[in-house]
Write a protein that binds this ligand. Sequence first.
Ligand SMILES: NC(=O)c1ccc[n+]([C@@H]2O[C@H](COP(=O)([O-])OP(=O)(O)OC[C@H]3O[C@@H](n4cnc5c(N)ncnc54)[C@H](OP(=O)(O)O)[C@@H]3O)[C@@H](O)[C@H]2O)c1
Length: 306
Amino acid sequence: MILVAGGSGFIGAAAVRRLVADGEDVLVMTAHPSRSGRRIAALGARAVGGDVLDEASLAPALSGADVVVQALTFPTFPVQRPRRGYTFEAFDGRGTSRLVDAAVAVGARKFVFVSGVGASADASQAWYRAKWEGEEHLRRAAIDHVILRPSWVYGPEDRALNVFVWCSRFLPAIPVVGDGSQALQPVFVEDVARAIAQAARPGGLSGTFEIGGPDVLSMNEVLRTMLAVRGARRALLHIPRWMAKAGGAVAQLWPWPKLSPEAVEFLTEDAVADTEALRGHFDLDLTPFRVGLATYLAKGARRPGP
Ligand SMILES: NC(=O)c1ccc[n+]([C@@H]2O[C@H](COP(=O)([O-])OP(=O)(O)OC[C@H]3O[C@@H](n4cnc5c(N)ncnc54)[C@H](OP(=O)(O)O)[C@@H]3O)[C@@H](O)[C@H]2O)c1
């Protein structure tokens, strides 16, 4: 049985769909069963309660798992809410470590961690250091593992590019924080799901792999490509970072904030992957950005099920 922690989320659900289609028995760990239960059932998986912030809940949740996939993050990502325990450190760092320990304790044979490009011990940003902490705990643990570091993941259910898609439908111009020159390597969620499914096979693949799509584009190019695929014409309206941060300072006071000054930093970082190791070890045909977008944004395209 493969347990996917975060299988109700954007990347996790795509992985669950892939694994179920491959005939695997999939259990999804959720900290919010009443909210996510129906979605998990619609994916063709079973649900089990478990919360990375609650150590005692993890071993019972993972009991019977051969493979554990960690694809979770805090509900207000990328805006941290320390008072609720929603921080990169609590989820990517300590949370991953707890999940790894529970996987070892229940005798799981493999652990797959969805980390992120940029993870490093001495990064200036907390999110990269927290990912690194989780990765290091896994590397030291007595369990076979694969660490996947995606760049910028897009798909019908993402919460990044779809904000701009929404803007292109309802606003006369698309607001872009900064000058839009950051380098991105958008990777289609279906490709990340395939990589997770291959990584989850017991034995076989092992190690740390960065994953990004075949195109490296600036944010401006990403948005112009999205507009072209939709057949829409909109101007890009660049907003100075200081102005976005000032807006974020106010927005972060809301109970379910969408922006903070720190999140502005996160959203305007480069995200480029070195895919050489991935290409050497995985059986993947990485989808060009325009082709991936067309599967759900082009006129007449159908969005996948739940
Ligand atoms: N999206 C990207 O572009 C991208 C790029 C690189 C790396 N990543 C990494 O990929 C991972 C998944 O990202 P995503 O975009 O798919 O996230 P997402 O859609 O926000 O999903 C988050 C998942 O975390 C679960 N969760 C929330 N609180 C939890 C808790 N206390 N205990 C256990 N599970 C909890 C949620 O499940 P319930 O609500 O059912 O509990 C949900 O399934 C993250 O670690 C992220 O850093 C994402």
